[in-house]
Design a protein around this ligand. Structure first.
Ligand SMILES: Cc1cc2nc3c(=O)[nH]c(=O)nc-3n(C[C@H](O)[C@H](O)[C@H](O)COP(=O)(O)OP(=O)(O)OC[C@H]3O[C@@H](n4cnc5c(N)ncnc54)[C@H](O)[C@@H]3O)c2cc1C
Ligand code: SF4
Length: 693
């Protein structure tokens, strides 16, 4: 059902591309959600009582009535007020069965407000923001007004960004040649590179592949840098809605009901209880439509995954499955005498076993801070392995312990990254949408760098998008379409807006340095799957990166999905991890408390067990893999506990999901061996509040 009134009409504008007749047009305040919602009844057709419809102004509605900047502040305050220190408390745990129970309320029956933009961007990371900025820059150059709406699930732009990060500036140089004058937070140049192999007690230097050179790069907090990009985007007139997650796809279907493209997305509902029932604060999600939706959700984005699957975007180009690593990191303030500003070290070897791909980084940032972390390839075979505890153990190696002793850990976090590279890139465009940044998978694995590629892919998509929108506008002006849109109602206009298929974006990308560098290193990561294992991978990578430089007629393939590489527990040895000492190593709940994570507790569990098959999930994952998720999750969300009397799912075990601890790393949905966990967006604004990562 179409919403009763269209936002465009409510705001007194078509929402479509228009000429910017004056600078005033560009500086007009972006339309707010309140403008969209004014004059609009939130009609719930069947199951909701009118008292809910006319409920007093809720937090969500108050949020909606603010400008994007104000809403950011609102969410900020709200988030800190609700800040939950993770507690190992049975009352704070949510039994997902209860959360998933049939609540007798059907969200499909809810009427939603619909808004139309020229370009909709889902995700406010480096890719999404660079795309948005570039569109606005080009529009200004051409004297056109292009409405760009960007949805970001974090309470503030940058809050959900976690990276190393040493970044290349080549994309930033193109986007803002004067970034230094503009105050971009790139304050610490990388001055020295080291590569070391760790043994349990010592370390020795290794030759550094040319890809690992950081000359000319900067050590940053990517979270901070992204927040800065967000400010620049807003200054250019991008409408940013932090706290608004893209929750569902709005599909374009053919007459037979087959999905053929994307019309836009629906944002998350606000104010549903954990039983799925609307609370007083209930506010239905909005539909945002656009001729073009750019998916910029980062690695393993929930909507991007669905588009890739439903439109068979891997099959369309014969791409390999995407593979991933999990990066677990901390930021420390170390003693000034131990700090060497600009030093970048990477290590291989201990503590990871030889059957597990990965390595560490240690970047000396500005202000006596050090970013230290460990990436673990999620194709690790031993279900007893815990990436979090490997990282904690690693810090006791003399190489790290000497540096960290006497310092203070000021931030913690974890996030999955793509490791599939060139051969895992799916078809990138489809009617109404395109994938950009790590949603598509442009990370350069040997470099462990994806920011520059994410930004550049967004910029190239923007170039293609502006051309396509202007061509659409020209053809509409030419005749039929213009006449038609005048005579049709607004509702029909939304349906009639032709979806853009951004084939030109792929062409631009193929001719860019993004694909060139990804192609060159395509065989390095999969070479670790050879029968020669870790040492075979090291040998091939050395040969390829130093001499062959990817100019080989062959392309190695990945072994398949990471989850499928997991061995049954019966074939593996349990791993004993040392207890944290509370000085250099920490327990998981203390660590999660350093992420600032909060989720309203009374909301549906966003970690969904597919088909509600808890018994099957527990049987397979406890029975065969001895509760892998309890160790794989870096935020202690999953627990399989002995059932006392109550419901027993399998082998006397009850499955608990402490979803309020979730730091949005996406590992569970990648690694759970039976693919039974679906990560859905929680209420917008929930999740970590990273600012130094
Ligand atoms: C541990 C680690 C270390 C790394 N080290 C480096 C490094 O040293 N140098 C480097 O260049 N790169 C590094 N990378 C890679 C780099 O961080 C990524 O390539 C880059 O962040 C990708 O940008 P993006 O915009 O595509 O995605 P992201 O940065 O992941 O941003 C995605 C944004 O979209 C939002 N979002 C997601 N889904 C939704 C939704 N449904 N609705 C609304 N919003 C949504 C997220 O909250 C987030 O803000 C590292 C990555 C990791 C994980
Ligand atoms: S629940 Fe999943 S997404 Fe959330 S922190 Fe744990 S592994 Fe990561």
């Amino acid at each position: 059902m179409i919403a009763p009134r269209l936002a465009a009409a409510a705001a007194g504008s078509s929402g479509a591309l228009s000429s910017a007749s004056s600078s005033a047009a560009r500086t007009t305040a972006p339309r707010t959600l309140s403008a969209l919602r004014s004059g609009t009844t939130f009609g719930l057709s069947r199951n909701l009582s009118s008292s809910v419809i006319s409920s007093p102004r809720s937090d969500a509605r108050a949020h909606a009535s603010r400008t994007p900047l104000e809403s950011r502040r609102f969410l900020n305050t709200s988030a800190s007020a609700h800040q939950a220190t993770p507690v190992d408390d049975a009352t704070a745990r949510v039994d997902q069965e209860a959360a998933d129970s049939d609540a007798g309320f059907n969200l499909e029956d809810v009427e939603r407000v619909t808004d139309v933009a020229d370009v909709l961007i889902v995700g406010g990371g480096p890719a999404g923001l660079s795309a948005a900025i570039r569109i606005k820059q080009l529009a200004e150059q051409k004297g056109e007004e292009i409405r760009v709406v960007l949805l970001e699930k974090g309470a503030e732009v940058g809050n959900h960004i976690l990276s190393g990060a040493v970044i290349q500036t080549n994309a930033l140089d193109e986007l803002f040649p004067d970034w230094k004058e503009l105050g971009a937070p790139l304050n610490q140049p990388a001055t020295e590179d080291q590569m070391r192999f760790l043994t349990p007690t010592g370390s020795f230097p290794m030759p550094k592949p040319p890809q690992m050179s950081n000359e000319g790069n900067y050590i940053v907090s990517l979270s901070r840098f992204t927040a800065w990009l967000g400010e620049k985007a807003e200054e250019l007139g991008v409408e940013i809605y932090p706290g608004f997650a893209g929750a569902k796809l709005v599909w374009e279907t053919d007459e037979a009901g087959n999905k053929i493209g994307i019309k836009g997305v629906t944002t998350n509902e606000i104010g549903l209880g954990k039983d799925g029932q609307p609370k007083d604060s209930f506010e239905p999600g909005m539909e945002f439509h656009a001729p073009l939706t750019l998916f910029a959700e980062g690695a393993h984005g929930s909507l991007s995954q669905q588009v890739i699957k439903d439109l068979k975007l891997r099959e369309a180009v014969g791409a390999d499955e995407q593979t991933y690593g999990l990066g677990v990191k901390e930021v420390w303030k170390v003693k000034p005498e131990k700090h060497k500003a600009g030093l970048c070290t990477h290590t291989l070897g201990w503590p990871l076993p030889l059957d597990t791909y990965g390595g560490s980084w240690c970047y000396h940032m500005e202000d006596n801070m050090v970013s230290v972390g460990l990436v673990v390839g999620l194709d690790y075979p031993n279900p007893y392995l815990s990436p979090f505890r490997e990282f904690q153990k690693m810090k006791h190696h003399p190489f790290f312990a000497d540096l960290l002793e006497g310092g203070e850990c000021v931030a913690y976090g974890a996030r999955a990254l793509n490791e599939g590279g060139y051969q895992s890139i799916p078809k990138l465009h489809f009617p109404g949408g395109a994938l950009i940044g790590c949603s598509a998978g442009f990370l350069n694995v040997p470099k462990i760098k994806g920011t520059h590629n994410a930004m550049k892919s967004g910029m190239l998509a923007a170039d293609a998008a502006v051309d396509a929108l202007l061509a659409q506008k020209a053809s509409a002006a030419d005749g039929e379409a213009a006449a038609q849109s005048e005579s049709e109602s607004d509702e029909e206009e939304i349906e009639l807006k032709p979806r853009i298929d951004l084939a030109e974006y792929k062409k631009l990308l193929d001719g860019s340095w993004v694909m060139e560098e990804l192609k060159e290193v395509r065989n390095l990561r999969p070479s670790f799957h050879s029968p020669l294992g870790f040492w075979g991978g090291i040998a091939y990578s050395g040969l390829d990166s130093l001499i062959l430089k990817g100019r080989t007629p062959w392309t190695f393939h990945h072994a398949g999905e990471d989850r499928a590489q997991t061995k049954p527990a019966s074939e593996c040895k349990p791993i004993e991890y040392p207890r944290p000492d509370g000085k250099i190593s920490f327990d998981i709940l203390t660590s999660v408390s350093r992420t600032g994570t909060n989720h309203a507790e009374d909301q549906p569990v966003h970690l969904h067990v597919k088909g509600g098959d808890y018994a099957g999930h527990t049987e397979r994952n406890v029975g065969t893999y001895d509760g892998l998720l309890g160790r794989a999750c870096p935020a202690a969300v999953y627990e399989y506990v002995d059932a006392e009397g109550g419901e027993e799912h399998a082998r006397g075990t009850k499955f608990n999901i402490s979803s309020q601890n979730c730091i949005h790393c996406k590992t569970c949905s990648i690694k759970v061996p039976d693919a039974s966990i679906e990560w859905r967006v929680p209420e917008g604004g929930g999740g970590p509040k990273y600012s130094l990562t």
